[in-house]
Design a binder for this molecule. Structure first.
Ligand code: MGD
Ligand code: MGD
Ligand code: SF4
Ligand code: MO
Length: 682
């Protein structure tokens, strides 16, 4: 794309927000001259952004003006997956799509499924107009579980809401456990506060199977086996009890079910926990001593620990730790997994107009099992076969588990697929129609964060590239063609932005962001958001949390563990964001090529050398990449950094060729990091 240069126009500075699925939700200052982008920088005045963007988004201009951006509607001319398309006019595309959807809806609208996630986290280009469209249609609903549902459910069962500490207060903590988080890669602005704490004398401990760039900068790294965090938490509780490092007053007044939890913890001496976790008993004891005797102690829990069978139970147990030691009494103590619950009271519940369902109750389809769902036939239990998919803000063919099934589903000849996208992703390659979408620089939006406590505005800085239209605009125009004549389908993007939150919108636009009203130390006096007002260890109808071994583990399936003795995790590559940015050359060049980190001993046992091409395999398939013999991998665990585009991989696959579709204990979420494999030279 090359935008016309208008030399007569003056320079403007625009408030933008990073749209990506990242807890930092940075404020961006965009400088434009006429229709030309002059500069894109982290907003210096925004408290948590502090003028810094990550490497990825500082290259946003490269992504935005990428020569491969989809700039006009496309219609498939080759086989599904081939990526062969012809250009088509907007009217023709939208008319045909509406006609196809109408015909399906006349039989049963539930045969139509929206598929979206957090390609943009914006409320306008997310579900504002799309939600209205699919509610009015009566389409199947999508259960959006692919990222955080196990942890979020565990957190909400414990505290009554998905809330936690203020990001800024970590700077004052004396001890920070960075638990299941590679902060330097995935939560950079938290790391700034952790470093401030470190400079002031705090101790930083990483709890992560992988020796990440974050773990190596902490004072200590506890490299436990994936999916054993609950055992570690129980072992810590054991030590807190036997050494009486407990805040009895806090436990008595603010925790429900403590006596029962205490009994369970006493069954987990450090030796037992250490054996399950694959660490030493002294590591458990030392961690417990640090946690039990340092105040204020804070936990930055992140989602890396909940992509396993027992992710929900683990989140519950870890969320209880600050209650045992009374860490919540101090604003720099406690835990942060998600801050999203803080903005909930200000969200407009009518934005997506669920009332347009008019009493209908369409089925809900789990996005994390889309492979299986697309291959299901009609049945009384399932309902109609899925006949149409409308994908936006997501790249399921690359990011959903068990790709072989996902791909088979997307290749069904009798499936009608529409994809709204910036690029011809692995998913777009399977579309009947690809519709060009605007980017964050080209549309309005309003953002909340799951890592900090501000709302942000995103004003358009540039005109749409080519014929791109915003998601909201596309759904508005489809609605018109479907004959949806409710006035809410007239709302333009700016008015959707105004409706999203009950705040002073003009002030939000003027400043660029607004701080949410959140108490300094939210649980200093208890007052959790549960019905009892207490943190819940257990309650009527809620059993005690426990250790739940991985689906694919020696504990649950020894035969499988013999055939596939290596546990594979697939956390993000630092310079990609899920599958976004993989096609941005300067970033892909930093990552090099798809790789698998393996420790020296495991490599030697298989005759593998550093840099050697390997096949990573299990019963679900085979993924080709390069072995990196590295101390980042612990024995018995390999790290397949994600999420590459399949078509840019060695054998047209990525790590999700190997992952499975079984779900977590809570929240029906995927188990990306609960996956056994074997590795061999190629
Ligand atoms: N650069 C970059 N940033 C990102 C993303 C990205 O793709 N790239 N993705 C964004 C998104 S969508 C999300 S949800 C977040 C994800 O960021 P996080 O919430 O931090 O989650 P992950 O990156 O999945 O995993 C974090 C760490 O957990 C470790 N881990 C894996 N299994 C276990 C386990 O069983 N126990 C413990 N204790 N640790 C484990 C991994 O090795 C990894 O280092 O980051 C966001 N930010
Ligand atoms: N193996 C493995 N798999 C994983 C993970 C893992 O750690 N390991 N992480 C999982 C996690 S945590 C998550 S959250 C999911 C993420 O999965 P997705 O939410 O699918 O995220 P992305 O892969 O970034 O794809 C987002 C797509 O949305 C498009 N997009 C961005 N903005 C817009 C817009 O305004 N309009 C339209 N129409 N499109 C837009 C982008 O171009 C991009 O192709 O992946 C999951 N998959
Ligand atoms: S991806 Fe995260 S760190 Fe990077 S600019 Fe966006 S919000 Fe900030
Ligand atoms: Mo995510």
């Amino acid at each position: 794309m090359s935008l016309p240069r208008d030399s007569s126009a003056s320079t403007r500075v625009i408030h933008a927000a990073c749209p990506h699925d990242c807890p930092d939700t940075c404020a961006i200052r965009v400088t434009v001259e006429g229709d030309r982008l002059v500069r894109l920088q982290g907003e210096p005045d925004h408290p948590t952004t502090q003028g810094a963007l990550c490497t990825k988004v500082s290259r946003y201009a490269e992504r935005n003006s990428h020569p491969e951006r989809v700039l006009q509607p496309l219609r498939r001319v080759g086989p599904k997956g081939s990526g062969q398309f012809e250009p088509v006019g907007w009217d023709e595309a939208l008319n045909d799509i509406a006609a196809r959807l109408k015909a399906i809806a006349a039989r049963d609208p539930q045969a139509i499924l929206p598929y979206s996630y957090a390609g943009t986290m914006g409320f306008v280009q997310g579900e504002a107009m799309a939600g209205r469209f699919f509610h009015r249609l009566g389409a199947s609903q999508l259960n959006r579980t692919i990222c955080a549902e196990a942890g979020a459910t565990g957190l909400a069962l414990t505290y009554g809401a998905t809330v936690g500490m203020h990001l800024e207060h970590f700077a004052e903590s004396r001890l920070i456990l960075i638990w299941g988080s590679n902060s330097i890669a995935s939560n950079l602005h938290f790391w700034t506060y952790a470093q401030a704490a470190k400079r002031a004398g705090a101790k930083l401990i990483a709890i992560d199977p992988r020796r990440t760039e974050t773990a190596e900068k902490c004072h200590q790294h506890i490299a436990l086996r994936p999916g054993t965090d609950s055992a570690l938490a129980l072992g810590l509780m054991h030590e807190l009890v036997v050494n009486d490092w407990l805040d009895h007053d806090y436990l008595t007044r603010h925790v429900e079910g403590w006596p029962a939890l205490r009994e369970r913890a006493l069954q987990w001496p450090p030796e037992r926990a250490a054996e399950v976790c694959g660490i030493t008993a002294d590591e458990v004891r030392g961690l417990a001593r640090d946690y039990g005797t340092t105040a204020p102690a804070a936990i930055r829990l992140n989602y890396g620990m909940q992509r396993v069978a027992g992710g929900g139970n683990a989140a519950r147990l870890i969320a209880l730790l600050p209650c045992l030691v009374g860490a919540w009494r101090h604003r720099a103590g406690g835990l942060l997994l998600s801050a999203s619950g803080w903005n909930k009271p200000l969200r407009n519940p009518a934005l997506e107009r669920p009332d347009l369902l008019g009493g209908r109750q369409p089925r809900s389809i789990n996005m994390s099992t889309i492979g299986d769902e697309l291959l299901r036939e009609a049945s009384p239990a399932f309902g109609p076969k899925i006949e149409a998919l409308v994908v936006y803000n997501s790249n399921p063919v690359a990011v959903a588990p068990e790709s072989a099934k996902v791909v088979a589903g997307f290749r069904r000849e009798d499936l009608f697929t529409v994809v709204l996208e910036h690029f011809l992703t692995d998913t777009a390659d399977h579309a009947d129609y690809v519709l060009p979408a605007t980017t964050q620089l080209e549309h309005w939006d309003v953002h909340a964060s799951y890592g900090h406590t501000y709302l942000l505005i995103n004003e358009p800085a540039l005109p749409p590239a080519g014929q791109a239209r915003s998601n909201a605009e596309i759904f508005r125009q489809l609605a018109a063609r479907m004959g949806f004549d409710e006035p809410c389908f007239q709302d333009d993007d700016l008015s959707l932005a105004r409706q999203a939150f009950e705040v002073d919108f003009d002030e939000l636009c003027r400043v660029g962001w607004l701080k949410l009203p959140v108490p300094e130390a939210p649980f200093a006096e208890g007052r959790f958001f549960t019905s009892s007002g207490k943190a819940q260890a257990c309650a009527p109808g809620l059993p005690l949390p426990d250790h739940v071994p991985n689906h694919e583990s020696a504990e649950r399936d020894p035969t499988l563990a013999q055939r596939y003795p290596l546990a594979m995790i697939s956390p993000p590559a630092r310079n990609f964001l899920n599958s976004s940015f993989v096609n941005v050359k300067s970033l892909r060049d930093i990552e090099g090529e798809p790789l698998l980190e393996i420790c020296e001993a495991d490599a030697q046992a298989r005759g593998l050398a550093d840099g050697q091409p390997v096949r990573v395999f299990n019963d679900r398939g085979e993924y080709h990449c390069v072995a990196r013999v590295s101390p980042r991998a612990r024995p018995g665990v390999v790290n397949g950094l994600g999420v590459w585009w399949r078509k840019l991989g060695r054998n047209g696959t990525n790590v999700n060729q190997l992952t499975h579709q079984r779900l977590t204990d809570l929240g029906e979420a995927p188990c990306f990091y609960d996956c056994l494999v074997e590795v061999a030279p190629l």
